[in-house]
Ligand binder design. Sequence first.
Ligand code: OGA
Ligand code: MN
Length: 204
Amino acid sequence: MAIKDSLYTSIASSLAKDGYIVLTNFLPSQIMQQLYDHVIALPNESFHQARVGSKNNLQLNNKVRNDKSLWLCKKHPIEKNYLAIMEECRIQLNKRLFLGIQHFEAHFSYYKTGSFYQRHIDSFQGQSHRIVSSVFYLNPDWSDDNGGELILYEPDSDNILCTIRPHFGTMVLFLSEEFPHEVLPTKYDRYSIAGWFHTDNITD
Ligand code: OGA
Ligand code: MN
């Protein structure tokens, strides 16, 4: 097993207690390196301009966000590794928290220099099937003054709960309906994998 049982236990207890967790030791380094080598080699055209809104009302709105994304697919061996680890995570979280999560999906995000994603919530109560959000960062040698921080706000508040720098190997997990968050403008190209644990197989 790629991830230790004790790590799942601490993820589950933090999600239950605080609703979020930031980890710096989630994935084995070989898998991180493969994901990084893969994502930076992807041609620019394979990414699509990310959209905002729900499944039936997706819109391009580059005032809200201007990152680009590419969905991970089981057919690609390196992407499959990541999806398999998150599938194990899904099973482990269900065992410990009874969240009834049935599915995980994820896309690579590419924030070109100057890109951002304004404050938003990943899932509105009753409207979406997203239960837990995850973001995994793939930026080696990221400096503190590079921008591109993920800001998590306290629920229904302007108070900052946590500022997360997109360092290589950092993983953040949070309850999708609880935490407004935003990505500050990045001064350098910034790569991540954003993923969601769903209650059912519907993609929203
Ligand atoms: C998202 C998101 C955060 C990040 O894609 O919904 O909030 O740090 N991403 O990339
Ligand atoms: Mn988000």
